[in-house]
Design a protein around this ligand. Structure first.
Ligand SMILES: NC(=O)c1ccc[n+]([C@@H]2O[C@H](COP(=O)([O-])OP(=O)(O)OC[C@H]3O[C@@H](n4cnc5c(N)ncnc54)[C@H](O)[C@@H]3O)[C@@H](O)[C@H]2O)c1
Length: 381
């Protein structure tokens, strides 16, 4: 890739299903970015995506995709994120990865080495941080309205049994990577917002399961609960369930601090509420929405109408392009992405050890990439 950037960034999309979730955001960035090319190993899928969305070209390999883009969105199945990021970063192509960042410790280490050795930027597109309620709560936490936060909860409950096999019964990637392992195989939607709000990271987890009841052929237990201890001493409790019979609840969060509490709704007819000591009447809640005018940052007020996941899909690509254009560090950078992804590996080890507390490594101390020409990530001095 030439060092002179073209005035309009060429965007490549790898994985043409979830890749569609970035398009409304991309259309809103037309002055500085355009959909150049798409790759998906399924040629019907990639041809259809390109025709429907006006991609300038269709790539028949990931390598070919990289030849024609400045920024690649990795919306491929999760086990491909790191191998593809490593290849892209080695070629100086900026990477916006879907979640999670990595599926094993080895992958996490490889990613650290690749980012440290590249002059290109890396970020993870954790869209759930950018829902309207989560953006409001983040500012309220930063302003100290909840006081000293010592407890948080997250839940991702999404009955996906029909997604694990194709109509002919053959397994999809989710069969292996989401329900073919035990513990918490998809952690970032629940952990990301809680850790982003509090600027904290998980240092150890203890993961427990209910046993296998609804679709017992899978290794993943029906519900798992991961207790997490953070660097600042907070306790988090995260429930994860891809199998149980129930309506979905993918964006439940709660926090408790010395100054009050936040509760997301658990059912579709509820609203997010807060209780703030000294402001909210004793034993009552007030709607979070009443704080929107004061606390929702202007930059996130107007997502495009077709922004998916409650409007949150509008922002990760926009914010990443800001970082790429300005040469600044993305907010959900390499280390943050891994802080939110590595607890899955520790949870898998914990549940296999009957809930034993398992430490979560700090990726800042990985040695991969030390000794290579430094990129924007400073290796350990
Ligand atoms: N952030 C979110 O809200 C959100 C939502 C859905 C999915 N995801 C993530 O997006 C990723 C894709 O999920 P999905 O729902 O689109 O899965 P999917 O199974 O519906 O589609 C995956 C697509 O990727 C293609 N593919 C397979 N191998 C590939 C490769 N090596 N390179 C490029 N494309 C490849 C497949 O042919 C298929 O078209 C996963 O990592 C998932 O965790 C995130």
């Amino acid at each position: 890739m030439s060092s002179a950037r073209p005035p309009v960034l060429r965007i490549g999309i790898a994985g043409a299903v979830r890749g569609g979730g970035f398009l409304s955001s991309l259309r809103a960035q037309a002055d500085r970015a355009r959909l150049e090319t798409v790759y998906d190993p399924d040629h019907e899928v990639r041809d259809g995506f390109a025709a429907q969305n006006g991609a300038a070209r269709v790539a028949s390999s990931f390598d070919e995709l990289l030849e024609h883009c400045d920024v690649v969105v990795l919306s491929s199945p999760q086990q491909h994120h790191v191998p593809q990021a490593v290849e892209a970063l080695a070629r100086g192509v900026h990477v916006l990865s879907e979640v999670p960042a990595a599926v094993s410790l080895e992958q996490a280490q490889a990613l650290v080495g690749a980012v440290r050795g590249s002059t290109a930027q890396y970020a993870m597109a954790e869209n759930y941080c950018y829902t309207r309620p989560n953006l409001i709560v983040r500012e309220m936490v930063r302003e100290g309205l909840f006081g000293d936060i010592y407890y948080g909860e997250g839940e991702y409950l999404h009955e996906m049994r029909s997604w694990h096999t194709r109509p002919d019964g053959s397994p999809t990637w989710r069969y292996h990577w989401q329900v073919g392992r035990d513990g918490h195989t998809y952690p970032t939607h629940s952990l990301g917002p809680l850790l982003w709000w509090t600027n904290d990271r998980v240092v150890a987890v203890s993961c427990h399961g209910t046993g296998r009841h609804t679709d017992p052929e899978h290794t993943l237990q029906d519900s798992t609960v991961t207790l997490a201890r953070t660097a600042a001493g907070r306790l988090l409790s995260i429930r994860f369930d891809l199998l149980s019979n129930r309506p979905e609840l993918m964006d439940y969060y709660a926090i408790q601090g010395t100054g009050g509490a936040y509760e997301a709704p658990r059912t579709s007819d509820g609203v997010p509420v807060v209780h703030l000591t000294g402001r909210t009447a004793h034993d009552t809640w007030e709607p979070l929405e009443s704080f929107a005018e004061q606390f929702l940052p202007a930059a996130y007020r107007n997502p495009p109408d077709d922004g998916g996941h409650w409007g949150s899909d509008a922002w990760p690509l926009r914010d990443f392009l800001d970082a790429v254009t300005a040469g600044t560090r993305p907010e959900i950078d390499l280390y943050t992405a891994l802080d939110w992804s590595l607890p899955a590996m520790a949870a898998e080890a914990s549940i296999a050890a009957n809930g034993a507390w398992v430490p979560v490594p700090d990726p800042r101390f990985f040695t991969a990439g030390i000794g290579v020409d430094p990129g924007p990530e400073a290796p350990l001095a």
